[in-house]
Structures are given as structure tokens and as C-alpha cells.
Design a protein around this ligand. Structure first.
Ligand code: FES
Length: 380
């Protein structure tokens, strides 16, 4: 490829032309300069590739009165049928298959929504997987069907459109109507009921989906968010090993571990609310008993669920006694009731009432005295 004197690239015999070459070749064949495009009025040979940006004054337009260099009406050039009807028929079936599969996937989305509950963490994971998967398949197949439709069923016409004032004249509106009808005919939408009906069928579940999603408006959580698995006498066990803890084993100042209520560490639903951290302090480091009422041998237990939007807050700075939430940098003062020092959280991390059982293991002496985690409407 080389550059010609007009500054437009020249392709030699590669099947490509610059715009000036292309327009003069149209003129030499008795065709109007205004009907630019790639081969739209030159029969159905291999599509011609024209290099560069079309001159604005001669770009083809869909609206009347703007397209020609003489200001006259632009002749309609959209052919009604694709060049290869046999190939188009095959493509039509492929498009219909895509739309039919999209219909099935859309129905699968609705079925998954109706059948898979979200009452537990695991159920919610399954629900998300199926809803996301089926919706992705619907959109993918609709997109694939549309692309195949455009490329293989519609006649190969390239159009360009110039900018015009936003308000259309009556002539333009009439021209648009004509163009729309011409486009409807050209797209084969009316002629090919198989594509039309399967496309409509594929979009119906998508249209219904937003309505059924309104079901998520209820029911209200009631008091379920106010309680956790912690009960009086339930041991604190190390999260991961399930081993109960004695204060003697957890005696290194500055140490922090995640704990779970005994018997619940593998219960994802329970742990979503009951995750706790315990921190060991040096004597004298903790605040007054009025703000730290439930310590055992300078060990304190806090909810691990950040009161902002519920991330696990478990980064701990030994020297400052700060608990950091990694999500939005809320900072809590572990030595003084986990009050908020910084960040978007507005409430302290709730403290778990703690004591010792007869064997010397750390236990809860009750559930949390307030709901853990983020605020919600029903929280008093
Ligand atoms: S979730 Fe902890 S700061 Fe946002």
C-alpha cells in the first residue's frame, strides 16, 4: 500500500480504494457520488473496502434532502434480499436456534429464581450462580443471534450518517418513516416469521424478570438479625481447629485470634453473624470496667463483623490497640470498647460477654447485647 497525491492511502490491487478514487470510479460508471458505501449499489461482488474518512459533504444519508452534493433527494439503495438466499436460509435457522436457546435460558432464569431459595449463605451462592449463569447465556445468545442475523441474513449495506439539527423537518420525518419501512423489509423481520417469533419469545422472559425480582422486597428479617449462635455457657473455640481456649494458653500480650461458637464453626450461616476475635492485653492497658465489663484475664472478645457494611474487621495494631477494617479503613479502639476512631462506621464493634466454665475454658455468658454488623431499618 502506498500514499497517493491526495493524501489518502492507495491499496493497489488489494481490493481497497481511497475515497477520491472510489467516488470518481462511481462517477465514471454513471453512478451518483452521493450514494457512498461499500459496494451497496454495485451488485453483490466481494465487498469493496474504502480507506479513510468519507468526505462529509458526500456521505450517504438516511434522511431526505441532506445527502447529495446538489442538495437533491438521495435515491434509496437498500436491497430487499441478501445476495445468497440459500446461505441466508441456513443462517436464519442458526439465528432461530440461538433465540430458542435464549428462550430456554430465560425460562431457566425464572425457574431458578422461583426454586432456589436464599435462606442460607450456600443457597444464596447457588442462586447467584444460576441466576447469573442463565442471564449471561440469554444475553450471549441474543447477541450471537443478532450478529449472525445482521451478517448473513440482511443485505450487506454500509451506511454513514452526518449530524444534523436535532429537530427533524416534516420531510425528514416522512423520509424516516419510509426508511424505517424499508429497513423493516430489508432486515427480513416481516418476511421471516421464524426469526421474528423466536426473537419475541426470547425477550419475553427478560421482560418478565424485573417484575418477579420484586419478590425480593420481602419478607422483612424480623428479629433474625438481632441474634447470633452465641448462648450462655457456649465455649469459644479457635476458628479452624475447633479447640477450646483457656486464658493460660492465650497469654501473649498483643495476640489476636478468630474464634467461633463451639459446634458452629462449619456453619456458614451462623458464622456470618457469630464470628468473633479475642485480643490479649497487658495488665492496665484496658479501659475502665464501665466500658470493658466482660474481660477475663485481660482478654476481650469483639464481633468480627464491621459495623459499616459487614467486612471482617480483623487487622490489629498491637502498639496502638487499633482494630482496622480493610474495606473502608474504619478504625476501632480495642482497649476502649472498640469505639470508632476513624472511618465510615458509626457504631463500636459489639463486645461478647465472656467468662470461664468449670474446666477453665473461655465461654460466652450470653448472646451479644446488641445486633452485630451493619445498621438496618428495623434495628432499634
Ligand atoms: S465495611 Fe468496614 S469500613 Fe466499610
Amino acid at each position: 500500500m502506498s500514499n497517493n497525491p491526495s493524501g489518502q492511502p492507495d491499496s493497489g490491487d488489494s481490493g481497497e480504494q481511497s475515497w477520491p478514487e472510489y467516488l470518481s470510479s462511481r462517477e465514471s460508471r454513471g453512478m451518483p457520488r452521493s450514494g457512498e458505501g461499500s459496494g451497496e449499489s454495485e451488485g453483490y461482488g466481494p465487498p469493496r473496502r474504502v480507506i479513510g474518512t468519507p468526505p462529509p459533504a458526500t456521505a450517504r444519508t438516511m434522511l431526505a434532502g441532506h445527502g447529495g452534493d446538489g442538495g437533491g433527494e438521495t435515491p434509496r439503495e437498500l436491497p430487499a434480499d441478501p445476495p445468497d438466499l440459500v446461505k441466508a436460509k441456513k443462517a436464519e435457522r442458526v439465528v432461530a436456534a440461538c433465540f430458542l436457546l435464549a428462550t430456554l435460558a430465560g425460562l431457566g432464569f425464572l425457574v431458578a429464581y422461583g426454586l432456589i431459595g436464599v435462606g442460607s449463605v450456600r443457597d444464596a451462592q447457588h442462586s447467584n450462580l444460576w441466576l447469573g449463569g442463565t442471564l449471561s447465556v440469554v444475553l450471549l445468545l441474543l447477541g450471537a443471534g443478532a450478529v449472525i442475523w445482521v451478517r448473513n441474513v440482511m443485505p450487506p449495506v454500509e451506511q454513514t450518517e452526518q449530524r444534523h439539527p436535532l429537530r427533524s423537518s416534516n420531510a425528514d420525518r416522512a423520509a424516516f418513516k419510509e426508511t424505517f419501512e424499508e429497513g423493516t423489509e430489508t432486515s427480513q423481520f416481516v418476511k421471516r416469521p421464524l426469526i421474528r417469533r423466536t426473537l419475541i419469545a426470547a425477550t419475553v422472559p427478560l421482560a418478565v424478570a424485573p417484575v418477579v425480582l420484586l419478590r425480593d422486597m420481602g419478607p422483612l428479617p424480623g428479629t433474625s438479625l438481632a441474634h447470633t449462635a452465641w448462648r450462655k455457657g457456649r465455649r469459644l473455640v479457635v476458628y479452624g481447629t475447633g479447640r477450646p481456649i483457656t486464658p493460660a494458653e492465650f497469654s501473649t500480650p498483643g495476640a489476636i485470634i478468630s474464634v467461633a461458637p463451639e459446634g458452629f464453626q462449619n456453619d456458614d450461616d451462623a458464622m456470618a453473624k457469630a464470628a468473633v476475635i479475642i485480643i490479649k492485653f497487658r495488665p492496665g492497658e484496658l479501659g475502665a470496667p464501665t466500658v470493658m465489663p466482660w474481660t477475663v484475664d485481660d482478654i476481650v472478645a469483639y464481633s468480627k463483623i464491621c459495623t459499616h457494611v459487614g467486612c471482617p474487621a480483623a487487622l490489629y495494631e498491637q502498639t496502638t490497640h487499633h482494630i482496622l477494617c480493610p474495606c473502608h479503613q474504619s478504625t476501632f479502639d480495642a482497649a476502649h470498647g472498640a469505639k470508632v476512631l476513624f472511618g465510615p462506621a458509626t457504631r463500636p464493634l459489639p463486645q461478647l460477654p465472656m467468662g470461664l466454665d468449670s474446666q477453665g475454658f473461655l465461654i460466652a455468658t450470653s448472646d451479644f447485647h446488641e445486633p452485630v454488623g451493619p445498621s438496618y431499618w428495623e434495628r432499634s
